[in-house]
Write a protein that binds this ligand. Structure first.
Ligand SMILES: *[C@@H]1O[C@H](CO)[C@@H](O)[C@H](O)[C@H]1NC(C)=O
Ligand SMILES: *[C@@H]1O[C@H](CO)[C@@H](O)[C@H](O)[C@H]1NC(C)=O
Ligand SMILES: *[C@@H]1O[C@H](CO)[C@@H](O)[C@H](O)[C@H]1NC(C)=O
Ligand SMILES: *[C@@H]1O[C@H](CO)[C@@H](O)[C@H](O)[C@H]1NC(C)=O
Ligand SMILES: *[C@@H]1O[C@H](CO)[C@@H](O)[C@H](O)[C@H]1NC(C)=O
Ligand SMILES: *[C@@H]1O[C@H](CO)[C@@H](O)[C@H](O)[C@H]1NC(C)=O
Length: 577
C-alpha cells in the first residue's frame, strides 16, 4: 500500500489552514502581539476559548480570521473545548480555580457565551477578584432559544386541512381540538430507543422537579413516590403520559426530549396545565434522538442557533411569556427565558488592546448568518472553511465592525498629535497616558508622557499616578518613581525631587532595637524629615552635623561619652580624660 497520497492530503490540509482566507489579509509575519504581561513580557497572541458547541466553533473561527487578517494580531484558538461560562470565566482570569491560588496562561476572548443567569460561583468570584472578572462585550447579535418544536410538514398539514395552528399552545387543548391526529402514535416508536423512566441519571427521577410537578398541577397520579424520592409515573415504563390522553395512550402526541431529559419537567407541567395530550420519552442517545425526530411526526426539544434539524423547517411552539418569579418557584406555565448570548473577554483586555475590544463590541452576527454557517457544518464543512466563505462574501458587513484606524480610544493613542501622520492606534506604553484630543475630524486620543512627579507602569492607561511619599520622578515619561537617596526625603506625593536633610554629613536612618542594644539602620525612600540624622561619627549641634569628639561615640545624631570620659553640661565638646 502506498501511503504517499495520504501524506499529500495531510500536507494540503495543513497548508490550507496556514494560508490566508482573504486575498488582501495581513500575513502572519506582519502581525502584532498584544501586551499581556501576565502571559509573557514580550507580548502574547490573542488567545481564544472555544465552547463545545457548533455555533461557538464557527463564531470563534470567524472572529479569529478577522482579528488576524484584518486587525493584524497574532491569534491562538484553543485546541480544547470548554463546557460553559463558569469554566471560561476562569480561563479568562488566568486562574485554575476560583480562589485563584493556581494560575494558568490567560485567555482573552470567548465568543458565543450563553448566560441564562449568573451562576453563584461566578458572582462570588467577581466580588473577590474584581480585577480578574471577565467583561461582556455585548450580545452576539442573536439570542438563544430553547423550547419544543413542530416539524414543518406536520404544521402545514394541520393548518391546510383544518386551520389548526400547531405553533400555538392553545391549539393542543383537547376540549376544543384533536391535534393528535396529525402526529405519530407512541406505539409507532421503538421503546428500546428510549431510557426507562426510573433510570437514575435522567430528569424523570429528579425528586425536586417531580415534587414541583405534583404540587403545581395537583396531578399526583403523574408521579410515583419511591425510596429514592419522586419519579415520573410511566405506565409503560418509558413514556410519561399527560392527563389529557391518559385514558387512551393512542391519542397522545409523542414528545422527544434531548440530553439526559433536559427540562422534561417543564414539558410535563405545560402538558397538564394546558390540557395537551402528550407522551414524553427520553431517547437513549443523540443517534436515537435524531432518528425519532426525523422519521416520525412528533414534538421535539430543540434550540437555536443549531442546525441539526434545520432541514425539517420546524417551528417553535409559542407559550405565554416567560415569568421569572414563577420559574424560580418551579412553576412552569410560561415560556422559557430567552438566553443572552454574549462575547466575553478578559477583564484587562480593554487596557491591553483597546482596538480589539472596540472591534468585538461592534461585531454582531444575525441569526441567519449563524444558521447559514451551521448548515455548512452539518453538510460536512470545517468551521474554518465555513467561516472563511462567510468572511469573503460578507465584506460589507464586517468592515463596519473594524474601528477607524486614527480614531483612538481611551487608553490608546496615535502617538502623534497630527492625525494625518498617525499610523493607527495602539495602547499607550508605560510611562505614557492617553489623553483626549480634538481636531477638525473630531475626538480622538493621543499618548503623552507622564508629567514629572508622576508615573504609569501599565499599558493603556488614561492617567498617570502621582509618585508616593518617599519617591520622585525628575523627568517626564517615567514608568516608575525613584526612591529618595540617603540624606533625602519626600514628605508629600507627586514630588519631582527629594528635600535634602542638610548640607553635609547627613543621612536618613531609623532606630532599631537589637538584642537590648540600640542600633541605627540607614534607610532610603524616607517619607519625612524625621528620618534625617547625621552620618555615623558625626553629631547634631545647632542644626549642623559636627565631627565626633575624642572619647565619644556619635550615632543617630547623638553624642555619647565612652566610659572613662566626661564632659561639661554646657559644652559637650570640652570632654577630657
Ligand atoms: C426500573 O423498573 C424496572 C421494571 O419496573 C425494574 O426491573 C428495574 O430494576 C428498575 N430500575 C431501577 C434503577 O429502579
Ligand atoms: C400511575 O399511573 C397509573 C396509570 O396511569 C395509575 O393507574 C396509577 O394509579 C398511578 N400511580 C400512582 C401512585 O398514582
Ligand atoms: C383510543 O384512541 C384511538 C385513536 O383516537 C381510537 O381509535 C380508539 O378507539 C381509542 N380507544 C378507546 C378504547 O377509546
Ligand atoms: C381548554 O378549552 C376549554 C373549553 O373551551 C376551556 O374551558 C379550558 O380553559 C381550556 N384549557 C386551557 C388550559 O386553556
Ligand atoms: C512612551 O511611549 C513612547 C511611544 O509609544 C515610547 O517610545 C516610550 O518608551 C514610552 N515611555 C516609556 C517610559 O516607556
Ligand atoms: C515637607 O518638608 C518641607 C521641607 O522641610 C516643608 O516645608 C513642608 O511643609 C513639608 N510638607 C509636609 C506636607 O509636611
Amino acid at each position: 500500500m502506498d501511503a504517499r497520497p495520504w501524506l499529500a492530503l495531510l500536507t494540503g490540509v495543513m497548508l490550507v489552514s496556514a494560508e490566508l482566507c482573504l486575498p488582501d489579509g495581513i500575513p502572519r509575519t506582519s502581525r502584532e502581539y498584544i501586551q499581556d504581561p501576565l502571559n509573557s513580557p514580550e507580548g502574547s497572541a490573542i488567545r481564544m476559548v472555544v465552547y463545545d458547541w457548533a455555533a461557538a466553533e464557527v463564531a470563534t473561527e470567524l472572529t479569529a480570521i478577522l482579528l488576524s487578517e484584518v486587525l493584524g494580531y497574532h491569534v491562538e484558538v484553543s485546541s480544547e473545548r470548554t463546557t460553559g461560562s463558569v469554566a471560561s470565566a476562569l480561563q479568562l482570569a488566568g486562574c485554575v480555580s476560583f480562589d485563584c491560588s493556581e494560575k494558568q496562561p490567560r485567555s482573552h476572548v470567548a465568543m458565543d457565551t450563553w448566560v441564562a443567569g449568573m451562576p453563584g460561583e461566578l458572582a462570588d468570584f467577581e466580588r473577590t477578584h474584581p480585577e480578574l472578572a471577565a467583561k461582556s462585550m455585548g450580545s452576539m447579535g442573536y439570542s438563544g432559544q430553547d423550547t419544543l418544536y413542530v416539524k414543518g410538514s406536520v404544521r402545514d398539514e394541520a393548518y391546510y386541512t383544518s386551520g389548526l395552528a400547531l405553533e400555538f399552545y392553545k391549539s393542543y387543548n383537547t376540549s376544543l381540538h384533536e391535534p393528535s391526529k396529525f402526529f405519530s402514535k407512541v406505539s409507532d416508536l421503538d421503546k428500546a430507543d428510549f431510557v426507562p423512566c426510573n433510570s437514575s441519571a435522567h430528569e424523570f427521577t429528579n425528586d425536586v422537579q417531580m415534587r414541583f410537578y405534583g404540587q403545581w398541577t395537583g396531578d399526583w397520579e403523574g408521579v410515583l413516590e419511591t425510596e429514592t424520592g419522586y419519579i415520573a409515573n410511566c405506565s409503560d415504563g418509558h413514556f410519561w403520559v399527560s392527563p389529557a390522553c391518559r385514558h387512551n395512550v393512542s391519542e397522545c402526541i409523542p414528545i422527544v426530549a434531548a440530553g439526559f431529559g433536559w427540562n422534561v419537567y417543564v414539558f410535563m407541567q405545560w402538558s397538564t396545565l394546558f390540557s395537551m395530550p402528550t407522551a414524553i420519552g427520553i431517547p437513549k442517545g443523540e443517534e436515537q434522538r435524531r432518528f425519532a425526530v426525523e422519521n416520525f411526526r412528533t414534538l421535539f426539544h430543540w434550540w437555536s442557533p443549531d442546525a441539526a434539524f434545520t432541514h425539517l423547517d420546524a417551528s417553535m411552539l409559542v407559550f405565554p411569556q416567560h415569568n421569572r418569579r414563577e420559574w424560580e418557584a418551579g412553576w412552569y406555565r410560561t415560556a422559557y427565558p430567552e438566553n443572552q448570548i454574549i462575547k466575553l473577554v478578559a477583564g484587562q483586555l480593554t487596557g491591553m488592546a483597546p482596538r480589539v475590544t472596540r472591534f468585538l463590541e461592534n461585531l454582531e452576527l444575525y441569526l441567519d448568518d449563524v444558521q447559514g454557517l451551521l448548515l455548512e457544518l452539518e453538510a460536512g464543512a470545517t468551521a474554518r472553511a465555513a467561516s472563511c466563505n462567510w468572511v469573503r462574501a460578507q465584506r460589507s458587513v464586517w468592515t463596519g465592525w473594524i474601528p477607524v484606524d486614527t480614531q483612538c480610544l481611551p487608553g490608546e493613542g496615535g502617538h502623534l498629535t497630527d492625525r494625518s501622520a498617525a499610523v493607527g492606534c495602539s495602547a499607550c506604553h508605560p510611562g505614557n497616558f492617553s489623553e483626549a484630543f480634538r481636531d477638525g475630524q473630531g475626538a480622538t486620543y493621543v499618548c503623552r508622557p507622564c508629567p514629572a512627579g508622576s508615573f504609569e507602569n501599565a499599558f493603556g492607561k488614561t492617567h498617570c499616578v502621582d509618585c508616593d511619599v518617599g519617591t520622585f520622578t525628575e523627568g517626564t515619561g517615567q514608568a516608575h518613581c525613584t526612591r529618595c537617596g540617603l540624606g533625602r526625603y519626600a514628605n508629600s506625593t507627586g514630588m519631582t525631587h527629594c528635600h535634602a536633610c542638610g548640607i553635609d554629613h547627613w543621612t536618613t536612618s531609623q532606630r532599631v532595637p537589637s538584642e537590648g542594644l540600640e542600633k541605627w539602620l540607614e534607610v532610603d525612600g524616607a517619607t519625612s524629615e524625621s528620618y534625617c540624622t547625621c552620618v555615623e561619627g558625626w553629631f547634631l549641634n545647632k542644626g549642623t552635623c559636627e565631627r565626633c569628639l575624642r572619647g565619644s561615640s556619635c550615632i543617630g545624631s547623638e553624642i555619647r561619652l565612652l566610659p572613662g570620659f566626661h564632659s561639661t553640661l554646657e559644652d559637650p565638646r570640652k570632654g577630657c580624660a
